[in-house]
Design a protein. Structure first.
Lengths: 301, 314
């Protein structure tokens, strides 16, 4: 999102005019600012403060200052590691599914492009919850995939629901469009003559893909990966519904801490850890993209 | 949905002079083209199959298991609409989604306009807040908002003796946060792509700032504002995670109803409710999309038409 230039200020604006103009600016920004302070800054600040305290007898929070909650979060890092593994697997799966699709849309779809893009957006407009529970039917043991497999093998023990595979399918299904859009945009802008030149110079299909298409798609690839990785790390609904709560991710651990164990400080430390990971990932991403841009410019020169 | 590939191979030199090697290359080309097409078709099937399954099984004339097909019937829609719990949840969904969309669209648009008039530092702070609200995982926002409300309500009760409870206002307040950022981003994107000469011309022609806004800026921003309103509405209408943690007794929305059903076991009634929600949200956004496309065609602007481009831009 580009930063817009400020409106042209008319030089003849007199002193009282300037005061009124500042008043108007403040009034325009005030509601959003109040919302951000009360419902974003304050909750996050409370979570940070709570993460250093300890659990009250009856649950909740007692003031204090210690790193115990963080140490415990590091000690019991299973949900975090599971989340990391699932999010990484989900990102790679989205990439494997999304890259050929984005490539097709950008280079082969021609006139039907608009319709195909719209068809990609429409599921994204629909309820995440409904799209997730739909897989209960599709993968289920009654007349779903697991049922067919059982009918074919004559065995009754095969299950997909309640396994990490079901969670992975749900993750890919839920977030695939977020991977495809940025990939599509970068591939769409790709200079097609580069590919032609590469072919004319005798490069094979694979060499052309690796040396031309992939580098061009890299910014989109990184953006898409970040866009899917972040929500996957904090996912709660999919492991609850498709994983039967057995694939225990960060989101589930947070809900357990806050609501079932009513250990707010412990949950707060986990939440802060998750947020820190998000910001580290995004900062690394921005650094990576900027660095990539610089090297590309250099190579063009 | 099958996607026929229009081959770009016509641009390539004719292969007849190049012999066996190029024939092998052509075969591998055909193979890759075929694979790309099949892959695309499969992905679209993957995207739509679950949705179609839900809709199909909403019309199942069964009294037993959800997925055992017993013939076509619309009876479950009647049962769903007659269900007092569904009626209440539907009402709650509208009570939450409409004020949320109005507030978020107003606040987001106002902030986008205000940010044009202030210095770089204020803009940076706002950018940081906007992106934070989008980046921080929904579950973290939901739980920390819950903790804020719970702690805040306890303090208010201790100090003023007023007992506040979770309900519609807390859900609306929490939804407005995310949606304000959404509208802000959409309207700012539109503002930055706006033709400034019209605004300057208008003020050169002695139009008051208010009149310039009403006759130039606002009409140009309208597509983004409409898109923001509709997306805010559907976000709120479809949201489960934030809603479940900040709702109170009696304020359950439709997604909460569906989640409860899913936990107990999906019934054809669940599918019927889901189908109504699917048709309603997709219908709303499609109408919005058509309006925006119509508007952009009328004003002769090309390249950005509606909500699909909002997602694909950037």
């Amino acid at each position: 999102v580009a930063t817009p230039n400020s409106l042209p200020v008319r030089p003849e604006a007199a002193q009282p005019g300037r005061f009124r103009s500042r008043l108007l600016s403040t009034a325009l920004l005030l509601p959003a600012a109040i919302w951000y302070v009360v419902l974003l800054v304050a909750p996050l600040a409370i979570v940070i403060i709570f993460s250093f305290g300890s659990r009250a007898r009856n649950g909740g929070y007692t003031p204090g200052f210690s790193f115990d909650n963080y140490l415990r979060a590091i000690d019991k890092s299973d949900p975090f590691i599971t989340s990391l593994a699932m999010a990484a697997a989900g990102t790679i799966a989205c990439l494997l599914v999304g890259l050929p699709l984005a490539y097709f849309l950008a280079t082969r779809a021609s006139r039907r492009k608009g319709v195909l893009i719209l068809l990609l957006v429409v599921p994204f407009w629909t309820s995440f919850l409904i799209r997730t529970y739909a897989w209960l039917i599709v993968l289920g043991p009654d007349s779903g995939v697991a049922g067919w497999v059982n009918a074919i093998t004559g065995d009754d023990g095969f299950r997909i629901l309640g396994t990490p595979l079901a969670v992975l399918i749900g993750l890919v299904y839920g977030y695939l469009p977020l991977m495809v859009f940025p990939l599509y945009v970068t591939l769409e802008r790709m200079d097609r003559t580069l590919v032609e030149a590469s072919k004319d110079l005798g490069a094979g299909r694979w060499a052309t893909f690796r040396q031309i298409t992939l580098p061009v798609a890299l910014p989109g690839l990184v953006t898409g990966s970040i866009l899917v990785f972040i929500p996957m790390m904090g996912e709660y609904v999919i492991p609850q519904i498709l994983g039967y709560g057995r694939t225990y991710l960060m989101g589930n651990a947070l809900v357990t801490d806050f609501l079932e164990a009513r250990n707010w400080p412990s949950g707060a430390a986990r939440a802060v850890g998750l947020i820190v990971i998000m910001f580290v990932t995004i900062t690394a991403y921005l650094w990576f993209v900027n660095r990539g841009r610089r090297t590309r410019e250099v190579s063009v020169l | 949905v099958t996607a026929p590939a229009v081959s770009r191979e016509a641009v390539r030199p004719q292969p007849d002079r190049r012999g066996a090697e190029s024939r092998r290359a052509d075969r591998s080309t055909a193979l890759v083209e075929g694979w790309l097409r099949a892959h695309t078709a499969l992905v679209y099937a993957f995207l739509y199959l679950p949705i179609l399954v839900v809709i199909l099984f909403a019309f199942n004339d069964t009294t037993r298991r959800v997925t055992a097909w017993d013939g076509f019937s619309t009876k479950w829609f009647g049962i769903a609409f007659g269900d007092a719990v569904v009626q209440k949840a539907l009402l709650n969904s509208f009570i939450v989604a409409i004020p949320n969309a109005i507030l978020a669209t107003t606040f987001g648009t106002m902030a986008a306009l205000g940010l044009q008039r202030v210095g770089k530092r204020v803009r940076l702070v706002f950018d940081a807040l906007t992106y934070t609200s989008v980046i921080v995982p929904e579950i973290v926002i939901a739980l920390s908002t819950l903790v804020l409300f719970a702690t805040g309500f306890d303090l208010i009760e201790a100090w003023f003796g007023i007992k506040l409870n979770f309900g519609h206002p807390t859900i609306i307040a929490a939804h407005v946060l995310f949606n304000t950022s959404l509208v802000l981003l959409l309207v700012r994107a539109r503002l930055s792509g706006m033709d400034r000469t019209l605004v300057e011309a208008s003020s050169d022609l002695f139009a008051t700032p208010w009149r310039t806004f009403r006759q130039i800026t606002f009409p140009m921003l309208l597509p983004a504002i409409v898109a923001g309103f509709l997306l805010s509405f559907t976000f709120s209408f479809d949201d489960y995670v934030i809603t479940t943690f900040v709702s109170g007794p009696g304020s359950s929305t439709l997604p909460l109803f569906i989640f409860g059903q899913v936990k107990r076991g999906v019934t054809p009634e669940t599918n019927a409710v889901a189908t109504v929600i699917l048709v309603f949200t997709v219908g709303t956004l499609l109408i919005g999309q058509l309006l925006l496309m119509w508007q952009s065609r009328r004003t002769g602007r090309h390249g950005d038409s509606g909500m699909a481009s909002i997602v694909t831009d950037n």
